[in-house]
Design a protein around this ligand. Structure first.
Ligand code: PGA
Length: 246
């Protein structure tokens, strides 16, 4: 994994934008896997500011809460509309998020996997890092060959996301998420982590052994992963200064 330590969250967001914008300029019909949560907010702001055209780009979000419709303000559809869709020239027919209101969720998961395959697979997936090491909503213990499916959120995840809902009780208990196996099939992976609260998880992901109790350690098995950290997130690494490579 290549690790880059940036001065702060703004610099991290600009660097992530540079990676995505370069790909889209080179490959206008790129297929992107996209994250939600607190970490990528700056990334979307910079992506919009970059002025790059998304006219032919295909997007697949990592996950969606079960039971939240598109109009719910905390649905990931609403998040994407707020931070990206409303501000760039993406074709709505090429943007995808699992349907959290699907009645037949097994069919919905199969449909999602099939759409990714039909688009030619993910060129680049951008990931945030959960406090417990999750990627997408693949919580500790998730098998690395897992596919898109319905999952129960870890208590720690509901606590971490309570800030968006007002209380942990209001955070949906379940989600549909791409699997770790789905994510690992992407040709390139960009993992973002910022802030001191992620530092110990970052250390386990980069310097610990591969371990299903820390889902992001699965990324150690992928041949093209770039990890972007701000200084506080990198503070507990052995090589925490400047640009480092593992
Ligand atoms: P956060 O979440 O960016 O809101 O900290 C990251 C994640 O859970 O993937």
């Amino acid at each position: 994994m290549r690790v880059e330590v940036l001065a702060n969250d703004d610099a991290l967001s600009r660097r992530a934008t540079e990676v995505v914008a370069n790909l889209v300029r080179r490959r206008p019909a790129a297929v992107l896997g996209l994250p939600t949560g607190g970490t990528p907010v700056g990334f979307y702001r910079e992506l919009v500011r970059s002025g790059v055209s998304f006219r032919q780009v295909w997007t697949f979000n990592l996950d969606e809460y079960v039971g939240l419709g598109r109009s719910h303000p905390q649905s990931y559809y609403a998040y994407m509309k707020r931070h990206l869709y409303d501000h760039v020239d993406l074709d709505p027919g090429r943007t995808h998020i699992p349907d959290g209101m699907a009645l037949d969720w097994e069919a919905e998961c199969r449909r999602y996997e099939a759409l990714i395959r039909k688009a030619g697979g993910l060129d680049l997936v951008v990931l945030g890092l959960g406090h417990n090491g999750h990627i997408g909503f693949n919580e500790p213990g998730t098998p690395w060959n897992s596919r898109t499916r319905r999952v129960r959120l870890a208590e720690q995840t509901r606590q971490a996301n309570a800030r968006f809902f007002g209380s942990a009780d209001l955070v949906p208990a379940e989600a549909i998420t791409m699997g770790i196996g789905t994510i690992l099939e992407a040709r390139r992976i960009l993992l973002l982590a910022s802030g001191p609260a992620k530092a110990s998880t970052v250390r386990r992901v980069l310097e610990g052994p591969p371990d299903t109790s820390v889902p992001a350690t699965a990324l150690q098995t992928h041949s093209d992963v770039t990890v972007l950290l701000d200084r506080p997130a990198a503070a507990l690494l052995q090589m925490s200064d400047g640009r480092a490579s593992t």
